[in-house]
Ligand binder design. Structure first.
Ligand SMILES: *Cc1c(COP(=O)(O)O)cnc(C)c1O
Length: 370
């Protein structure tokens, strides 16, 4: 009888979120899930201990305002606590922002392809996603995004670095863009991969927040801090917007273990930085090895690589599977592979070499340099 249930209008326009596939099982071989940009390191013992100590209190609700964590993040960025809002992952923070700024009748502008959650979250708010194609270098086309702004535009989302292409927006470029955006339109800088971004002249969210009254920055503990399973992220935003976003938050969405894990991670930032540095080192090793194989890929400032394989994508996915690697594929466009443990990274290089020898490169290679 479910056909008789009254469902919301426009539901069919909402794409469902597809989780990165688990690693395929290979006979007698370890396989790796490199499809979700997770951190390959297990949590720090200090973080596990701090979380374990909270578990006997699970009969109580968490503190909704996350006071201690908010104070800590506010101090770290030298902003007021009124400028910080938490959510169950930065995905929930982005959702709060979309629903605080946008409703039916509004348009939300973002680059495409970008983070898969964007179109889904915009649609569930009843607003219309306006997807502006990436430029030829797989980066944001900020001029085209500006042109896409209409009187219905409520929010623009800039993913820096961009998921899934790994590309960055420059500081100068962003400043010129922000100067041109109408003052009543909010601009989100989604910096989920900020810790991996080593571009010297990159746009920096917190600097843009200080310079422009309509800028919001989103950060997450899921990637560099390795807390993807805990669900905690935050935004730095103008106080008025923070108050509005809190209204849109799911009450008690950030659990006590999540708050404590985030606090313990901020205490251990130096130790976590060593891991981030190691992952960046692995990224540099892989990028160099791929380029020796002849690959010409978009420059990445993240913990993943984008292979724009076009029509070769589906066949290439099978080659990755056969090597025990599950990656994130978008048929007809390309696939994204996470920089992970060394063994998985070496497997990635073997797979890429096989793609070259089988001609499944989507035109992304030149004759090998050897
Ligand atoms: C992973 C990711 C997020 C946040 O993930 P959460 O786990 O919800 O904090 C946000 N934006 C982008 C672009 C991401 O890739």
């Amino acid at each position: 009888m479910s056909g008789a249930l009254r469902m919301r209008k426009g539901l069919d326009d909402v794409p469902a979120y597809k989780q990165g596939r688990p690693a395929s099982v290979l006979e007698g071989e370890e396989s790796f899930k490199i499809s979700s940009n997770e951190n390959p390191y297990p949590p720090l013992p200090a973080v596990v201990d701090a979380v374990a100590a909270t578990l006997t209190g699970m009969n109580r609700y968490p503190e909704f305002a996350a006071t201690a964590l908010t104070a800590r993040v506010a101090a770290r960025f030298d902003v007021a606590p009124e400028n910080i809002v938490f959510g169950a992952g930065s995905v929930e923070v982005v959702s709060q922002l979309i629903r605080a700024t946008s409703a039916p009748g509004n348009e939300v502008v973002f680059a495409w392809r970008s983070f898969e959650a964007y179109p889904m979250l915009v649609r569930t708010a009843g607003a219309v996603p306006v997807e502006v194609p990436l430029n030829a270098d797989h980066g944001h086309d900020l001029d085209a995004m500006l042109t896409a702004v209409t009187e219905r535009t409520s929010l623009i989302m800039v993913c820096n670095p961009n998921n899934p292409t790994g590309t960055t927006v420059g500081a100068e470029e962003l400043t010129a863009f922000l100067d041109a955006v109408p003052a009543h339109v909010t601009v989100l800088l989604d910096e989920a991969y900020v810790h991996f971004n080593r571009r010297p002249d990159t746009a920096v969210g917190i600097a843009a927040f200080r310079a422009h009254p309509n800028v919001v920055v989103a950060h997450t503990f899921s990637k560099a801090y390795g807390l993807a399973g805990m669900r905690v992220g935050y935004a730095i935003a103008p106080a008025l917007l923070v108050a509005a976003m809190r209204k849109m938050a799911i009450p008690f969405g950030v659990t006590t273990p999540a708050q404590i894990a985030a606090l313990a991670s901020l205490e251990a930032e130096d130790e976590l930085q060593v891991r981030v540095d190691a992952l960046i080192g692995e990224r540099e090793r892989i990028v160099a090895a791929l380029s020796a194989q002849g690959w010409q890929l978009p420059e990445t400032e993240t913990n993943f690589l984008w292979f724009p394989l076009g029509d070769d994508t589906t066949a290439a996915l099978e080659v990755f599977e056969a090597h025990g690697l599950s990656v994130r594929g978008f048929a007809g466009e390309g696939l994204r592979a996470t920089i992970a443990e060394t063994q998985a990274n070496n497997r990635l290089l073997d797979t890429a070499a096989e793609l070259v020898s089988r001609g499944l490169t989507g035109g992304c290679t030149v004759a090998a340099a050897s």
